[in-house]
Design a protein around this ligand. Sequence first.
Ligand SMILES: Nc1nc2c(ncn2[C@@H]2O[C@H](COP(=O)(O)OP(=O)(O)OP(=O)(O)O)[C@@H](O)[C@H]2O)c(=O)[nH]1
Ligand SMILES: Nc1nc2c(ncn2[C@@H]2O[C@H](COP(=O)(O)OP(=O)(O)OP(=O)(O)O)[C@@H](O)[C@H]2O)c(=O)[nH]1
Ligand SMILES: [Mg+2]
Ligand SMILES: [Mg+2]
Lengths: 291, 281
Amino acid sequence: SLADKLQDVFKKLSGKGALTEADVAEALREVRLGLLEADVNFKVVKDFIGRIRERAVGVDILEGLHPAQQVIKIVDEELTALLGGEQAPLSFSAKSPTVIMLCGLQGAGKTTHAGKLAQMLRKQGRNPLLVAADIYRPAAIKQLQVVGEQVRTPVFTLDGADPTKIAQAGVAEAIRAGNDIVILDTAGRLQIDETLMAELQRIKVAVKPQEILLVVDAMTGQEAVAVAQGFHEALDVTGLILTKLDGDTRGGAALSIKSVVGRPIKFVGVGEKMDALEVFHPDRMASRILG
Amino acid sequence: FTGRGKIDEELLEELEEALIGADLNIHTTMRALDELRAMVADKRLKDATDVTDHLKRFLWDTLMAGGASPVLSVAPSAPTVYLIVGVNGVGKTTSVAKLAYKLQREGKRVVLAAADTFRAAAVEQLALWGERVGVEVVKGRDGADPAAVVFDAIQAAKARKADYLLIDTAGRLHNKSHLMEELKKINRVVMRELGGRSADETLLVLDATTGQNAVNQAREFKSAVSITGLILAKLDGTARGGIVITIKDELNVPIKLIGTGEKPGDMEYFDAQTFIDALFE
Ligand SMILES: Nc1nc2c(ncn2[C@@H]2O[C@H](COP(=O)(O)OP(=O)(O)OP(=O)(O)O)[C@@H](O)[C@H]2O)c(=O)[nH]1
Ligand SMILES: Nc1nc2c(ncn2[C@@H]2O[C@H](COP(=O)(O)OP(=O)(O)OP(=O)(O)O)[C@@H](O)[C@H]2O)c(=O)[nH]1
Ligand SMILES: [Mg+2]
Ligand SMILES: [Mg+2]
């Protein structure tokens, strides 16, 4: 683990004193390697290491605290702070229904998390409506319908309509039927697909979502930055859902995206079942990234 | 990265960033750059073009080591069976459909097995693809044992005298032992029904956007059902999938196919040179 590697680096340091630039440089090399192995984007790592260096050099080696522990402590604090100090809850619009739009790359977990959000909101006493706006993927609508049955939530569909029209009709149906939340599932798309990104922008203009949640697979590597920036520049996302954290990926994409997009990670997906949704804990994510 | 520019530490840093940015493993990258630095020190490399060419050669040697080839194995007697596996959402079902389309266009008779009996509308998704591509899909009852569907599909493929049987399986995270056990059971059924030989190819589908975790996936799937090749999907996105170089280097699993989109024709046999050139674009 990083803690062990740093222990080795500081083995030769004994007695009190301050951490010199040379001591810190070697420790930072280990931290850099650890973060790259954890899939943090290399530009984000560069900036992060700069911040650590500033805090670490000249730090007095405190009584009873090994210098390795001190550097770890600084890294852990900085990481936790960057990942988002406090939890960011879902926000609801003053005027019902609150529209929550899910977007992201192909296979990230949007359809699954639409269902998980519906279940969570129902348990909170809300009355959500799922809207199936993926008209491209074979059986995508059927998939959301099956998910809707699993979480006892109605699913709105509209044959032969484009996604913008489906979204609008879905909101109209929510108003008619008295649903206070609309959860809009969209098709997976590449952030470089101009036509499909424009489609998301049209949906946004049409139904003015209160929340635009970017759904990201926790095992995403270096490209997490470009992907998140692409969606953010097009839509001004309000938050993220990080999925498949029940895997063993270190999840460095969380740090990459948070530092570049600045929006909070609101939820994490920890399984395939509809109850596998948790609130994001920055401190837990920090220790996971550090390994 | 080319031209008669001088070789300096800045060039090497730029190359390092290109490789890391493409999701090459940091240790693979460091080894490659150390080799370059040694050659520069011995004056064996003259300029920036030389350095880049040598780096590409290093990567090419890694990918082609052991005579790696994208050619897919064919069974001594029909049907040739391919088992498609991987973690959730990477592109297995779509890749099965594309491979079926490719083989069919080569004049082969293909049957598909819808062995994902767990995920919502998984069978429907493959069935629709089957209709679209024009191949038969063998399904089981809702929630049936995937091994039972595989058994039925092998019998059907033999009865129809199909040239190929492609088996689509449910996404599963490699750290979930009960799911990996389920996969081993599917594999045992295949071996039993094929008279003791395993599937002619067991292909692990990887998402090109995945980082270092792809190595864990390859390692775990390989130890569970011995993977014979990789399908690298979603290469039409901006991610480069460089991690497959480390997978080839450490686990000796060759890349067979790449997915370049969501249409039936969006699949190609892996070409190492094209792949490597793209890492530096
Ligand atoms: N283990 C695990 N699997 C998940 C999680 N979230 C989603 N999945 C699985 O990931 C796969 C893809 O999920 P989908 O919900 O279909 O993804 P999507 O983003 O809607 O995909 P597209 O619509 O094709 O873009 C499915 O097999 C899901 O069951 C999670 O948190 N953990
Ligand atoms: N752009 C692009 N999208 C792809 C490619 N391959 C698959 N996809 C998309 O990725 C998403 C997931 O594909 P699936 O084939 O359902 O993935 P899977 O591995 O079978 O998913 P699970 O069965 O849920 O584990 C779908 O939206 C596909 O259209 C590819 O090469 N390029
Ligand atoms: Mg979906
Ligand atoms: Mg599938």
